[in-house]
Ligand binder design. Sequence first.
Ligand code: BDR
Ligand code: CA
Length: 319
Amino acid sequence: MKHTIMMDVDTGIDDAMALMFAIKHPDIDVRAVSCVSGNVGVERVVENTLKILDVLDAPDIPVAAGALRPLIEDPRSAAHVHGQDGLGNLGLPASSRRPVPVHAVEMMRRVLSDSAEPITVVALAPLTNLALLLRTYPECAAKIARILFMGGSASVGNATAVAEFNIWHDPEAAHVVINSGVPLTMYGLDVFNTVGLDAARVQEIAAAPGRVAHALGGLLSFRFPGEEGEEDRGLSLIGDAGAVCALVAGDLMRSQSLPVQVQLAAGASRGQTMVDRRTHVGEDTIHGTAGQWPVVDVVLGADVEKVLELFLGTLGVEA
Ligand code: BDR
Ligand code: CA
């Protein structure tokens, strides 16, 4: 089955790996890439995205700069995770490609309205661009088949004890998207933190011949040695790339349809995705105080070895 998609990114080490996988996968047709502030500022995100397209010898895919900052708060980069350049300080040469001269929201609107069929949006960054699109051009929702987003968690957080970075960075945008009525798949930290490679495999990749293997090895190495914490067990995660794997290999994922809302209140739980995993009817339902929670397809786990096989095989890398 062919998947026609638009990607929304904050490239970013793992967004870079996600772009690599999406562009190399024979069943994925990437129609456009929109950029947003997140891991680094949006200008740097655009530069990084264009550099990665060069590494891949990708066709001329439109790339546009989008939101400079979250809807309400100031931008807060994750350069400590992704390197000062956002690409693990890989030192890739500047690209001669240029972004399209329209705002990402406008580019997305055009791509959607020009498409005969609804398009899936793979969102790997704070959801600011998508929230702006849905609020500015609500008619676009009908042309979006599904939004598959990396974000949130049904368990542990990373930006805070309970909030995942992409949602925490712009909780209001996440709220707009999650309540938009568009079918949603959430690829959150529950699965994100499990799909990774150990040091020996990363070294093999870094030593393999070819531009793609070299770049991939560099990106994965920057994260290694990773945190030896419980969550990622010292693995070098493929991160956002796993979400794109979920697009083409849903059968390798363990998912559940669950009610989800975003915590918007100020304080320690801001940006948390509250995922209702109860199997019984609670007092909130009995007493009519539950409110409406959109039901989201939440990916909770994966067949990690098979996902890694798919990822590396698609990039033509053995490890
Ligand atoms: C998410 O935040 C970013 O640092 C990564 O690119 C990923 O999209 C993980 O919380
Ligand atoms: Ca990202």
